[in-house]
Design a protein around this ligand. Structure first.
Ligand code: SF4
Length: 340
């Protein structure tokens, strides 16, 4: 599933970089509409008057820019810093965690000054001296769909491979991993796959690869010596969920073969929503059937002053024992980092 943008905008100074020039040629040769942005950092030419049009047109737009802010955001508690490689993603998942963060036109942005970004990462690593510094490459994006064009992830993986005290990780729902397989990662990068039961992917994770394709991609990655993990999220507790998630777990075990006894990390997150996310989802996907009935959920106050609707205790306890039981049985050395 390759990302084919409908239009690509270039910031003027992006064309001074080798990657900028290369991308310009690639998209011109593909006959994709290419133009220069009139003003830096303001993307005003994406069409779309209704919330749906704005969202869909945004998701089909690529902006090639220069990352000027080289102060990295922190990424607690999972990593020390976010590594800014890409923002947004071509996927159109109904419940995407980025939906409330990226504005009405969530265009995809890549950065051509990857060398400067990695130099800055090195600076942060040195600052912490002998301690390991961990960078997260998917805090504001799924970085795989643009990788066949930019090669930025591969460059980052090889950079961290050379860093004694730098480590890298990212998560993806996508499968274009072939260019990463022979990268010199030196066991310093962990690649996590976000997976779900097949019917959930089919209904809610639009424009992303299916369950089996993701599982196949994870096999290629583990076979190439990377550490891998799986995020099973969001878990939806509908009638028959146990059967669908059991199929997912056995397909995973089947595909990973002997590698299933590696130390594989699992993170499991039950479905939850905030009032803001619900409004946003209903605006963009007016016909969605995502279960978001407040009366069927428990309200939990969040740390930033807004609350979320989660499953009740009994449902969550049931879900927790289901996953602990199944995963431990099949993946003998797995680590379940958390189930929430
Ligand atoms: Fe969001 Fe991930 Fe889906 Fe992309 S693949 S839309 S980042 S949830």
């Amino acid at each position: 599933m390759t990302f084919e943008p409908k239009r690509v905008f270039f910031e003027k100074d992006a064309l001074e970089y080798e990657m900028g020039k290369r991308l310009y040629k690639i998209f011109r040769d593909k006959n994709i509409e290419v133009s220069e942005l009139k003003s830096h950092n303001r993307v005003t030419e994406i069409p779309g008057n209704t919330p749906q049009q704005a969202y869909f047109e945004g998701k089909n737009t690529l902006v090639v820019g220069v990352r000027h802010t080289l102060k990295f955001q922190s990424c607690k508690p999972s990593a020390h810093y976010q590594l800014p490689l890409v923002t947004s993603c071509m996927g159109m998942c109904t419940y995407c965690y980025l939906n409330t963060q990226l504005g009405k036109k969530p265009y995809i942005r890549v950065y051509v000054n990857i060398d400067e970004i990695l130099n800055q990462a090195e600076h942060y690593i040195k600052e912490r001296k002998d301690e390991i510094t961990l960078f997260e490459g998917a805090a504001t994006s799924d970085p795989i769909p643009t990788e066949p064009y930019t090669g930025a992830l591969r460059q980052a993986i090889e950079f961290f491979g050379r860093q004694e005290n730098g480590r890298f990780r990212f998560v993806t729902k996508f499968t274009e991993v072939d260019s990463l397989l022979d990268a010199k990662h030196n066991d310093h990068t962990t690649i996590r796959f976000s997976i779900n039961a097949a019917p959930v992917i089919q209904q809610y994770e639009h424009r992303t690869p299916g369950m089996l394709e993701r599982i196949e991609a994870s096999y290629k990655i583990i076979r190439s010596g990377y550490q891998i993990g799986f995020i099973i999220a969001p878990v939806l507790l509908y009638d028959g969920w146990e059967k669908d998630y059991s199929i997912m777990i056995s397909e995973l075990a089947k595909e990973l073969g002997d590698f299933k006894d590696n130390k594989i990390h699992f993170e499991i997150i039950s479905h939850r929503f905030t009032a803001k996310a619900k409004n946003n989802i209903n605006e963009i996907f007016p016909n969605n059937n995502l279960p978001m009935n407040e009366e069927e959920r428990k309200f939990k106050y969040g740390q930033f002053g807004y609350g979320k609707y989660i499953y009740n205790k009994e449902q969550l306890d049931n879900m927790k024992s289901f996953f602990i039981d199944r995963l431990k049985k099949v993946f003998s050395n797995c680590e379940i980092d958390y189930i929430i």
